[in-house]
Design a binder for this molecule. Structure first.
Ligand code: GDP
Ligand code: MG
Length: 597
């Protein structure tokens, strides 16, 4: 390989265990950060990522490392997304590597995502370098954390490197371990091209940029390439590497990580996990396990101002250019008018898209409660799927309904096991296994996916005083007694407020929704009834009380600035409100089902 010695690796960890910080220290150590752009968390590029401290997109970077003995190496560091919504992208990023640094926070020990990520690495046959991080913290117990890794994942405790991304302790040892423990990439540059797409971004000038790991063969400008998933052909314009900016190169060979621009205009053609080959010298089999990332959580998004519909469509189209896992289609609601049903990988993904629409495109939105995909067999024999609760048929029309189930892994201190098991029971979960890890417990449950969409994570955190962590994957579809709960405001049914719930919970949930709505809908001149119903039968009712006094009457004749302030406050409150009939309904009301009891 032109005499260059490569090491391709990734850093994996539970969220907040210090991945981005350590990546920065490594970059700094290898002189990849000029003083000028030496800000924290270089690899987290999106503004939102920085603010929320999460990594959404994997950003690769190429680094030069000279060993103390003078030998030179080129490292490709691939940062992985740190959230369960993006686990598919994590596993594809890992497929681009030969090894990983598995970080564990020395004060927290092994958490749910530590385990899940470790197994993703093991399944990809990667070398794992265990790193116990944040050893500078007063509460650090490095030996304890290393011991837990041995117990849970089977990585010998003595292999662990103790480090701190804050002080830089352990970084030189990590760099040496990368050379010594992680194998050099194999694969021949003379073989037919086989390159794995592990990410893609849209560039206004070059079209879609494919982020690839070349497993075998070689790719250069002018080559005709072929995408395995859809059989489409493109001609390569440019190839290059990451430094971390894009650097144009001559070619990419087996073992290398880089980017390809091939005039691809539609990000749908550049699915993460797909394999690229050359049309004139094709490989016979793609990299295994390709499945396009499918949205699993759906929500209606509506502009509060109907005039913004077209602007919103343009914004969605632009966001979609960079996100093949996000979907949208027009939807109409009697209550909310024209909007879109949008599909996401999970709740975090949904929040990110909503926030970007509001921030980057200055849109004011109403989002309906998140829903999963239901598979329904009608009494007529017809089978349909729907992600819109408003379209959910009544009981008499349904033979059976199936909903997605997840395998949920929760890691928590022993003393909270009782209440957490009770919570899982309430969420219709069934236990698969329970493992002890020192003084902590790993619970594996099978749970309907919809049950964790509604406030599960918040409840888990509060029950465990913040100590429990979780991760999940969707496993299959199973039958459930599901019903649609309709919501009436001022005696009118509001389609966009409908939710689908398990029969056993319909009453308590209906109660919770109407109570919350009565609380958040602003008072009117008259009392407004809010009702929950199943198949036309009212199951819960609450009332938005009428005003006693005009807000402004309080400062009548008085202080003008106070009056102005009040008016301003009211005006601000108008944002994220929707007029339904004569009643103004705020965003919170649409998400009443999500509120923690
Ligand atoms: P990530 O979610 O794994 O990328 O974690 P980050 O790198 O964003 O770090 C999460 C938090 O831990 C941030 O507040 C960091 O400042 C802090 N942190 C990261 N590494 C260290 C470390 O080695 N020591 C200490 N004391 N804090 C750290
Ligand atoms: Mg991070």
């Amino acid at each position: 390989l032109r005499g260059v010695k490569f090491r391709n690796f990734s850093i994996i960890a539970h969220v907040d265990h210090g991945k981005s910080t350590l990546a920065d220290r490594i970059l700094e150590h290898l002189g990849a950060m000029g003083e000028r752009d030496k800000r924290d968390q270089t690899l987290d590029t999106l503004e939102l990522e920085r603010e929320r401290g999460i990594t959404i997109k994997s950003t690769p970077v190429r680094l030069n490392y000279t060993r103390p003995n003078g030998e030179e190496y080129v490292f490709n560091l691939i940062d992985t997304p740190g959230h369960v919504d993006f686990n598919y992208e994590v596993s594809r990023s890992l497929a681009a590597c030969e090894g990983v640094l598995l970080l564990v926070d020395a004060s927290q020990g092994v958490e749910a995502q530590t385990i899940v990520n470790a197994y993703l690495a093991i399944d990809s046959n990667l070398t794992i370098i265990p790193v116990v991080n944040k050893i500078d913290l007063p509460a650090a117990d490095p030996e304890g954390a290393a011991q837990e890794l041995e117990e849970v994942v089977g990585i010998p405790a003595e292999d662990a490197i103790f480090a701190s991304g804050k002080t830089g302790v352990g970084v030189p040892e990590i760099l040496e371990a990368i050379v010594e423990r992680i194998p050099a990439p194999s694969g021949s540059a003379q073989a037919p091209l086989k390159a794995l797409i592990f990410d893609s971004v849209y560039d206004a000038y070059q079209g879609v940029l494919l982020f690839v790991r070349v497993l075998e063969g070689k790719v250069s400008p002018k080559d005709k390439i072929n995408l395995f998933s859809n059989g489409k052909n493109f001609e390569v314009d440019r190839v290059g590497t990451f430094s971390p900016g894009l650097v144009v190169g001559q070619s990419l060979e087996a073992g290398e990580v880089g980017w390809i621009a091939a005039g691809i205009r539609d990000i749908q053609d550049a699915q993460v996990g797909d394999t690229i080959t050359r049309t004139d010298f094709p490989t016979d089999a793609p990299f295994p396990g390709f499945k396009p990332a499918q949205p699993v959580v759906f929500s209606g998004l509506y502009p509060t101002d109907t005039e913004d519909y077209r602007k919103m469509r343009e914004a969605l189209e632009r966001l979609k250019l960079n996100d093949a896992a996000f979907s949208f289609e027009p939807e109409t609601s009697e209550a909310l008018g024209f909007g879109f049903r949008c599909g996401f990988l999970g709740l975090l993904h949904a929040e990110i898209i909503q926030e970007r629409l509001e921030r980057e495109y200055d849109l004011d939105l109403i989002a309906t409660a998140p829903a999963v995909i239901y598979r329904i067999t009608l009494t007529s024999g017809e089978v349909l799927t729907t992600q819109n609760p408003a379209e959910f048929p009544t009981r008499d029309r349904m033979e059976r309904v199936e909903e997605p189930y997840i395998k949920l892994s929760v890691m928590l201190p022993e003393e909270h096991v009782g209440p957490v098991m009770q919570l899982l029971q309430e969420r219709r979960g069934s236990m698969v296994t329970m493992n002890y890890v020192g003084k902590r417990v790993e619970l594996i449950y099978e749970v309907p996916f919809a049950e964790i969409l509604y406030d599960f994570h918040d409840r888990l955190k509060s029950i465990s005083r913040g100590y429990a962590s979780m991760d999940y994957e969707i496993i299959d579809y199973r039958e459930g007694d599901l019903r649609k709960v309709d919501i009436y405001v001022n005696n009118d049914i509001v389609d966009a407020l409908a939710v689908v719930v398990h029969e056993d919970k319909a009453y308590s949930l209906g109660r919770k929704i109407v109570d919350k709505m009565a609380e958040v809908i602003p008072r009117q001149m008259w009392a407004v009834p809010v009702q929950a119903a199943i198949g036309g039968k009212i199951i819960a009712r609450a009332t938005v009380k009428a005003y006693r006094k005009d807000v402004l009457a309080k400062c009548y004749g008085g202080d003008v600035s106070r009056k102005k302030k009040l008016l301003n406050k009211q005006k601000k409150g108008k944002a994220r409100m929707k007029q339904i009939g004569t009643v103004e309904v705020p965003q919170e009301a649409f998400l009443a089902v999500l509120s923690t009891e």
